[in-house]
Design a protein around this ligand. Structure first.
Ligand code: SF4
Length: 391
């Protein structure tokens, strides 16, 4: 069966009630959790978080081995590296399918992409449980995704939610305390199954009701991935996203530096996805007068920068190019005349004009003037020590 990207609305949490269903076509929790006798007569159904990585793939496979019907959810946060590469025309993303849909196709389950990017901005800027090593709010992030999965579980009359979490694998979100917090905040007590580590965790309602057999679950623990690799071989799982290829900017220290710099200089900024896109492209500098400078590294980034500034999404943004030479598109905001001259010199430095050449560099605001109406500076191309101003 091929994976499909079917769109289902995600409804608010339905309360755990006993008795008749309150939403037409949706079984109540009481109906889904009847007796062992009842459970033996029907197939259990689970909602899985499917990232496309090995762990979530194995979690689904273990459930399939037990005859559980699985439907997948792949969450789009707006911080996915591959998706950003796709949007900026980066050749690395060319031909790459969405990881969740690819995994669904391999597993033979339907996978829905759930866009949580708007509400996600709130937890990225103001995480209740703080950040990990960089600006990754992993506990808030997992809580949100698993809570949404719980809503889908109730809406579709499924019995439980599964994830590929492994106890002790990630310092922030996969330790016992954090996993308990996530389960509680997701309002899924007893209905969240982590098949790869289940034997190290308390018995769930799902196991007690014999919807699944605890004996066939795993007790993986820690950062080693050897048991997962062995299980993958055993279950014939071959195609999965490499663990090192992580798909989240928030764990990247370069991104984190730019993110922190932005908030240090604009503490009241209302973050949106265009500004985030701006943090993911180009070389970034903060000049002595406070000017922010972003220099495109290739044609895709140059056109992304131009489009963001021309659309007016970077407030007060001016563009800089070297006229008559191939070179980057640069965007600058804030700063004084000295910063403007330095930003022009940086742009010239990254053009293909030779050192010592004098080049015409144009600075203009595309939201209110044409390029030829902008300020023209004659800059001598020179090697610059940019380390002190690099973000
Ligand atoms: S790495 Fe990113 S996507 Fe994964 S849990 Fe942390 S914040 Fe969420």
């Amino acid at each position: 069966m091929r994976a499909t990207a079917v769109k289902y609305p995600v409804h608010p949490v339905y309360p755990f009630i006993h008795g008749a269903p309150r939403v037409p076509g949706v079984r109540s929790i009481a109906q889904t959790h009847m007796t062992t006798e009842h459970n033996e007569s029907r197939k259990a159904k689970a909602i899985a978080l499917v990232s496309g990585g090995l762990d979530s793939t194995l979690a689904v496979r273990l459930m399939q081995e037990q005859g559980v019907e699985v439907e997948g959810l792949h969450f789009y946060t707006g911080f996915c590296i591959t998706e950003q590469q796709r949007r900026s025309g980066n050749p690395k993303a060319e031909g790459k399918p969405n990881d969740g849909l690819r995994a669904g196709s391999e597993l033979g389950i339907p996978v829905e992409i759930v866009d949580i990017s708007k509400e996600y901005l709130e937890i990225v800027t103001n995480p209740k449980h703080g950040y990990g090593a960089n600006v990754n709010p992993c506990i808030d992030c997992r809580s949100m995704m698993i809570r949404k999965a719980g809503e889908v579980m109730r809406e579709r009359g499924a019995d439980f939610v599964i994830t590929g979490e492994v106890l002790g694998q990630r310092p922030m979100s996969q330790n016992r305390r954090a996993m308990d917090v996530i389960e509680g905040e997701a309002e899924l007590e007893g209905r969240l199954v982590r098949p790869l580590s289940a034997k190290n965790l308390p018995t769930t309602v799902v196991e007690r009701d014999n919807l699944i057999d605890r004996e066939q679950l795993k007790g993986f623990n820690g950062r080693t991935r050897k048991p997962q690799m062995a299980l993958a071989r055993e279950l014939g799982v071959e195609d999965y996203m490499q663990p090192a290829g992580g798909c989240c900017f928030l764990t990247d220290e370069n991104f984190a530096r730019k993110f922190r710099d932005l908030f240090a200089h604009k503490p009241d900024i209302q973050l949106d996805h265009d500004q985030i896109m701006m943090l993911t492209v180009g070389r970034h500098f903060r000049l002595p007068g406070g000017m922010k400078v972003v220099v495109g590294r290739d044609a895709g980034e140059n056109s992304m920068i131009q489009s963001l500034v021309t659309r007016g999404v970077i407030a007060g943004g001016n563009l800089i190019v070297v006229e008559d030479h191939k070179g980057p598109m640069t965007v600058v905001t804030d700063g004084d005349a000295a910063d403007r001259a330095l930003a022009a010199a940086i742009t010239a430095r990254y053009s293909d004009a030779r050192e010592g050449t004098v080049v015409p560099v144009r600075i203009w605001d595309p939201t209110c003037q044409e390029q030829p109406q902008g300020e023209l500076l004659n800059i001598t191309v020179a090697a610059l020590d940019l380390d002190p101003v690099r973000i």
